[in-house]
Design a protein around this ligand. Structure first.
Ligand code: FES
Length: 126
C-alpha cells in the first residue's frame, strides 16, 4: 500500500464512510465503474427546490474511489444542482487532499464519483 496516498484520514473514512447506503425511489440515480479494475459506484439523490436534499452512495472499490465518493456526497448536501453541475476535477482533488498528479491511474479512481454525479444530474431538469 502506498503510504503517501493512503493518509490516515483516507483510511479512517474508508472504514466509516459518510453517506454510504441507498435511497428508496430517489429523484436521480446513476452508476458507473472503472473499466481498469471493475470497481463501481452508484449514487442516489433526492432534490428539493433545485437543491440536493438527500444523497447516498454505494459501491465497492479501492480506498481512493470510495473516500472520494464519501467526501463528495458530504460536500453536495444542500447544494444547488446548477452548482453541482459545474464541479470540476480540481474540486474533487481539493476534497480528498491527496496529490495524484504523478499517479494517473489513481486519478481515475478519485474521479469515478464525479463521473457518476455528472451522469445522475444530467437527467435533471428544473
Ligand atoms: Fe479501482 Fe481505484 S483501483 S477505482
Amino acid at each position: 500500500m502506498d503510504s503517501e496516498i493512503y493518509q490516515d484520514f483516507i483510511l479512517e473514512i474508508y472504514k466509516n464512510p459518510f453517506n454510504y447506503g441507498k435511497l428508496d425511489k430517489p429523484t436521480l440515480q446513476a452508476g458507473s465503474h472503472n473499466p481498469l479494475c471493475g470497481d463501481n459506484i452508484e449514487m442516489f439523490i433526492n432534490t428539493k427546490e433545485n437543491k440536493i436534499s438527500e444523497i447516498k452512495f454505494s459501491g465497492k472499490g479501492c480506498a481512493i474511489s470510495q473516500v472520494s465518493a464519501s467526501l463528495l456526497t458530504e460536500h453536495l448536501k444542500g447544494m444547488e444542482i446548477s452548482e453541482a453541475k459545474s464541479l470540476s476535477q480540481k474540486d474533487i482533488l481539493n476534497l480528498i487532499k491527496v496529490d495524484l498528479s504523478k499517479n494517473p491511474s489513481r486519478l481515475k479512481c478519485a474521479l469515478l464519483s464525479l463521473e457518476v454525479l455528472k451522469k445522475a444530474i444530467s437527467k435533471y431538469s428544473s
